[in-house]
Design a protein around this ligand. Structure first.
Ligand SMILES: Nc1ncnc2c1ncn2[C@@H]1O[C@H](COP(=O)(O)OP(=O)(O)OP(=O)(O)O)[C@@H](O)[C@H]1O
Length: 256
């Protein structure tokens, strides 16, 4: 839960002289589902990497009064900034509850593992309810569906009380039903947290984004509501000739 905003100003990331992110500014507030979109190589993941300390960036990325750039990864996590990766990173051989215990920094004895329900922390209980995984407590993460694994990752961030959730392509590879469930989940968790979603899926973006920043070649191409960016000729030009062009340029036919 947070009242603070994430404000990124003139973010710049270079890899051996190659400018991957060249002066990007955007902000994200609690209560909105914020999207970062753009073609392959636009710099979306690198922005998240810089905010979370995995890539060295210059400029500024502030969470409230706190500057994140230049801090070590674990210190950024401690400030409440959590992220997911394009491939879900859960422990396949452990149960859903064990994964959440680890995320919560809790060590559960073998005995209490047998009496699972009784020993569930309120924060874990809440994360399970919020992500729809309450019925999967004792399921090994490895046999969860692709969508459920992503939700487990999000649940792990929730038990850590993440104030900022940076989600890298959360619906990639999901079924239509899982996408819808994920969109609803993002809306719920965004009510009191900052949620920034990197996505390629334009239908999903148009359905759930409150505001969008479009990146292209490391720079902000367009920024605003879904309607704003859809109507922007610069955006249409960049997506022209790609599979995404139709989705950006025309109303959503599948899900509206
Ligand atoms: N560690 C790295 N070393 C060198 N170049 C990198 C590194 N990480 C990313 N890049 C380059 O920076 C640019 C931006 O990459 P990034 O992964 O941020 O793009 P993206 O918008 O997330 O793309 P995608 O949608 O394909 O994931 C790309 O040209 C990429 O090849």
């Amino acid at each position: 839960m947070t009242d603070a905003s994430l404000v990124v100003t003139d973010l710049r990331v270079e890899f051996s002289g190659f400018v991957a992110v060249g002066g990007v500014s955007f902000d994200a507030h609690p209560g909105e589902v914020r999207f970062l979109i753009g073609p392959n190589g636009a710099g979306k993941t690198t922005c998240i990497d810089a905010i979370t300390g995995l890539a060295k960036g210059t400029g500024s990325a502030r969470l409230g009064e706190k500057e994140l750039l230049g801090k070590q990864v674990h210190k950024i996590v401690r400030l409440g900034v959590g992220r997911t990766f394009q491939t879900a990173s859960v422990f396949d051989e452990l149960t859903v509850l064990q994964n959440l215990d680890i995320a919560a920094g809790r060590h559960r004895s073998a005995l209490s593992l047998l009496r699972t329900r009784r020993g569930v922390d309120p924060s874990i209980e809440q994360a399970l309810e919020e992500t729809g995984l309450a019925g999967e407590l004792t399921t090994p993460a490895g046999i969860l569906s692709h969508g459920q694994k992503q939700w487990l990752e999000i649940a792990m961030l929730l038990v850590q009380d993440a104030k900022v959730l940076l989600l890298d392509e959360p619906v990639a590879g999901m079924s239509q039903d899982e996408r819808t469930a994920t969109g609803e989940l993002l809306r719920r968790i965004a009510a009191k947290r900052i949620v920034l979603v990197v996505e390629h899926d334009m239908d999903f973006m148009r359905r759930y984004a409150t505001r969008v920043t479009v990146l292209h070649q490391g720079k902000v191409l367009s920024q605003g509501t879904v309607a704003d960016v859809q109507a922007d000729p610069k955006v249409q030009e960049v997506y022209l000739g790609t599979a995404d062009a139709i989705a950006v340029g025309t109303p959503n036919r599948k899900e509206d």
